[in-house]
Design a protein around this ligand. Structure first.
Ligand SMILES: Nc1ncnc2c1ncn2[C@@H]1O[C@H](COP(=O)(O)OP(=O)(O)OP(=O)(O)O)[C@@H](O)[C@H]1O
Length: 384
């Protein structure tokens, strides 16, 4: 719903299912803002208009995506969005009906099983439930891909020792998976995925079975592997928190389609789609529930606005500046600053008396000059 305010400025109201919502300054920023280990422009993965249908269900619909060498791309979507189908297409377990998939520039569709095997060896998989062989020790699990790749025993042993040191499990080499914690099992899973020096680490809900603290340590490990080894990571998740912590870019998938894509800070600061806004809900300041329930589109009492703002390399001082520049002209309701990549991402709600259009205009002009995304959320009657 678009509302033309009495001040003559056009704002977009923000009911969560508003498909027309477009922030004022979306798309101003184009850099990723988080250091990418190897900033090459070469694509490790390229999907071009990939579609896959099961009966009447379109699991993937013309999905086009690239993952550049050295970056961490997060793909987020709800259950049933098509994430698993995408992974199965990427590791050759599923053939798309249409479209092209390339790993390191080589198309992987229509390959023989042997040729596919060679491509698969370039992709290391990290699974939600670790998928370790329970009858084999940690070192035997990690050595498995090396055996398949034809490493002799001495090279296998040296590489396994190197990998276990990399994931901090040197002392667990002789243990069986049953004797490990969830986080340790996932470290083994990561070491195994890295064993044959893949070009891509494909992480399928890699932290979804872990508690928050272990999740943080596994994400920190993935981030350090990306920075130290330059390994490219494609991360599939349903949690924005995971994306926020380590991804450089994010793509949002919904009912088989990529509906939004961009650097993580930008998607946090200027989410375009209602689904992205919903996925972000737990991570961004929201209007207090009691106030949100009383919102009306009818101009009355207090006008409530939401503001989104991002600035590179700053601490998010906009609120202090606004309070100094416009004393007494607005009332702050709720807000917060997040530091994502190299950006301060600020979101806050303020109100102005609806019968004071002049003051309202002054505040809106100031925000527009500062390139903030401002949306009229609605009105609440003044007697509450
Ligand atoms: N083999 C299949 N046969 C029929 N339908 C399928 C098949 N595989 C997937 N689907 C359907 O395709 C859609 C996408 O499924 P997919 O498993 O890729 O989603 P997802 O995002 O991985 O979900 P989740 O997070 O719950 O695992 C769903 O509607 C699903 O029911």
């Amino acid at each position: 719903m678009t509302i033309l305010s009495e001040t003559g400025v056009q704002f977009t109201a923000t009911p969560s299912d508003n498909h027309d919502a477009r922030p004022v300054n979306a798309g101003l920023f184009t850099d990723t803002g988080r250091d990418v280990a190897h900033t090459g422009t070469e694509n490790v993965v390229r999907l071009h208009r990939v579609s896959r249908q099961f009966g009447t269900t379109q699991a993937l619909k013309e999905v086009s995506l690239t993952v550049r060498r050295g970056e961490i791309l997060g793909i987020i979507g709800r259950s049933g969005a098509g994430k698993s189908t995408l992974i199965r297409c990427l590791n050759g377990l599923e053939q798309p009906d249409e479209g092209v998939i390339e790993i390191e520039g080589r198309p992987i569709t229509g390959l023989s099983e042997k040729a596919l095997q060679a491509v698969r060896s370039r992709v290391g998989m990290v699974f939600q439930h670790f998928n370790l062989l329970s009858a084999k020790t940690v070192e035997q699990n990690v050595a498995l891909p090396l055996k398949i790749a034809g490493y002799d025993k001495a090279r296998r042993q040296a590489r396994v020792a190197e990998l276990l040191a990399l994931v901090g499990l040197e002392d667990k080499a002789k243990n069986y998976p049953a004797a490990l914690s969830g986080g340790q099992k996932q470290r083994v899973g990561i070491a195994r995925a890295l064993a044959a020096n893949p070009a891509l680490l494909l992480c399928d809900e890699a932290t979804s079975a872990l508690d928050p603290e272990t999740t943080r340590s596994i994400l920190a490990l993935l981030q350090s592997l990306n920075q130290k080894l330059g390994i490219t990571i494609l991360l599939i998740t349903h949690e924005m928190e995971v994306i926020k912590k380590i991804a450089h870019r994010v793509a949002v998938i919904n009912v088989g389609e990529i509906i939004e894509e961009g650097p993580v800070w930008q998607v946090f600061a200027h989410p375009q789609s209602p689904l992205t806004r919903t996925l972000l809900q737990g991570l961004l300041p929201q209007l207090p529930e009691a106030l949100a329930e009383r919102l009306s589109p009818v101009r009355q009492g207090e006008a409530i606005y939401s503001v989104q703002y991002a600035e590179q390399g700053r601490q998010g001082e906009i609120l202090t500046q606004m309070a100094t520049a416009l004393p007494g002209k607005f009332r702050l309701i709720q807000g917060g600053v997040d530091h994502i990549q190299h950006y301060a991402v600020v979101r806050f709600f303020f109100s102005v008396p609806a019968n004071d259009s002049a003051s309202e205009q002054v505040v809106l002009d100031w925000l527009q000059q500062h390139q903030a995304t401002v949306e009229l959320t609605g009105y609440v009657s003044g007697n509450d």
